[in-house]
Design a protein around this ligand. Structure first.
Ligand SMILES: Nc1ncnc2c1ncn2[C@@H]1O[C@H](COP(=O)(O)OP(=O)(O)O)[C@@H](O)[C@H]1O
Ligand SMILES: [Mg+2]
Length: 374
């Protein structure tokens, strides 16, 4: 991190890593984002967050996190208050300000990055940041409440129930009975608040269901059971914007395994992306329209990738989830869909920063205090 900062450049603190199962994916996404930020326009301040949740800065901090080599890095932090802006380090027990920051760019996936928690810190500090706010982030993260909101907005989702860990522990047969009432196997079990398919099981029998419930319960207090969509085609669309979001062309995922599991996403390297998706024009239009409506329904901002299931036999479309900080490497679906829709990667990053500034400006005109009689 260099001290000289030309005042005309926007100082963007890029946060990556994080206390999440998607830590490594975040590092990959951040590498691409930082490479795309035009150095003539932006001064990049890389901030790593370790697996333990420590914020660190220093020489080549991204490489250091990738190689799990943390010596020599300095503990970093921001104050959760508007009147002490900027990035600080802890040096000999003293808080030392090392940089002014115009914008925070959380390139963090999953827990403590995509779920509204770090967004809460940014709100307290009253700083500009890329992406959805507290509400949009947390609604995007919780698969259960997310579906409640979709139902309320007439956006089709697959039937589901929520089970609490305590219910499963206390009365497993009752939990199984509630799950089986959803319909015939296969059923899917998932932790309500996770990503990257961690803890997701396709259950083809009662024995699988019991195992799946236990697995999901290890990762979350709240467990989702869902009807399995027969031969689900997985169609994704990218959304960009604040109050007037736009949708990209649709893409299709061809998982390398029976479903789009963690292994299929990150280990095999053979899951295919088809852009644009080979689906009827009306279906694509409907999916794009649903994506924008869902985005508005959770008060999303900046970006999200909307993931759908297209039932092979019936042609019915279901919204599965909105990811508010989708994978962002150059070969990830979110930027690739924009690329195919005419917005190249560096422009996409520019737009996200612009949208964050607009959102901040809107926050700045919001009245915080009501004084009677003034
Ligand atoms: N109800 C379902 N029917 C068919 N396949 C499903 C269903 N739910 C999940 N899957 C499969 O599991 C994958 C991961 O589930 P998802 O809900 O997207 O969790 P995550 O947030 O971890 O990506 C999906 O991409 C899909 O392949
Ligand atoms: Mg998913």
């Amino acid at each position: 991190m260099t001290g000289e900062s030309s005042s005309s450049r926007l100082r963007v603190a890029v946060l990556f890593g994080g206390r999440s199962g998607e830590h490594e994916i975040s590092l990959l996404s951040a590498r691409s984002v930082m490479a795309a930020l035009d150095p003539a326009k932006y001064e990049i301040l890389p901030v790593g967050i370790t697996h333990q949740g420590d914020w660190v800065v220093g020489e080549n901090v991204l490489d250091a996190l990738e190689q799990n080599r943390l010596e020599g890095l300095e503990p970093a932090f921001i104050f959760p208050e508007p009147n002490r802006p900027g990035l600080y380090v802890l040096r000999d027990g003293q808080a030392v300000k090392i940089a002014d920051v115009d914008m925070y760019f959380p390139v963090l996936h999953g827990t403590f990055g995509e779920d509204g928690t770090i967004q809460g810190l940014f709100e307290l500090a009253d700083v500009a940041y890329v992406g959805a706010g507290v509400l949009g982030s947390s609604l995007g993260m919780d698969k259960g409440v997310f579906k409640d909101v979709m139902r309320a907005n007439d956006i089709p989702v697959v039937d589901w129930i929520i089970l609490r860990r305590s219910e499963i522990e206390k009365d497993l047969p009752a939990a199984v009975q509630r799950a089986e009432a959803l319909g015939p196997y296969p059923l899917f079990t998932k932790p309500a608040n996770l990503g990257s398919s961690v803890g997701v099981t396709k259950c083809k029998s009662r024995a699988d269901l019991i195992e799946g419930l236990k697995q999901a319960a290890a990762f979350d207090r709240r467990i989702l059971v869902e009807r399995g969509v027969e031969g689900a085609r997985e169609i994704e669309v990218s959304v960009l914007g604040n109050d007037d979001p736009i949708a990209s062309v649709c893409g299709e995922i061809l998982p390398s395994r029976e479903f789009y599991s963690y292994e299929a996403k990150y280990l095999d390297g053979t899951s295919g992306l088809i852009i644009p998706a080979e689906i009827p024009l009306e279906t694509a239009e409907r999916i794009r329209e649903l994506a924008v409506r869902a985005y508005k329904a959770i008060d999303c901002a900046g970006m999200a990738r909307a993931d759908f299931f297209l039932e092979r036999n019936t042609g019915q479309v279901f919204l599965n989830e909105l990811n508010t900080i989708p994978g962002f490497t150059r070969i990830s679906m979110y930027p690739k869909l924009w690329n195919a829709s005419g917005i190249l990667y560096p422009e996409l990053v520019d737009r996200l920063i612009q949208l964050a500034l607009e959102r901040k400006a809107e926050r700045d005109v919001t009245v915080r205090e009501y004084r009677r009689g003034e």
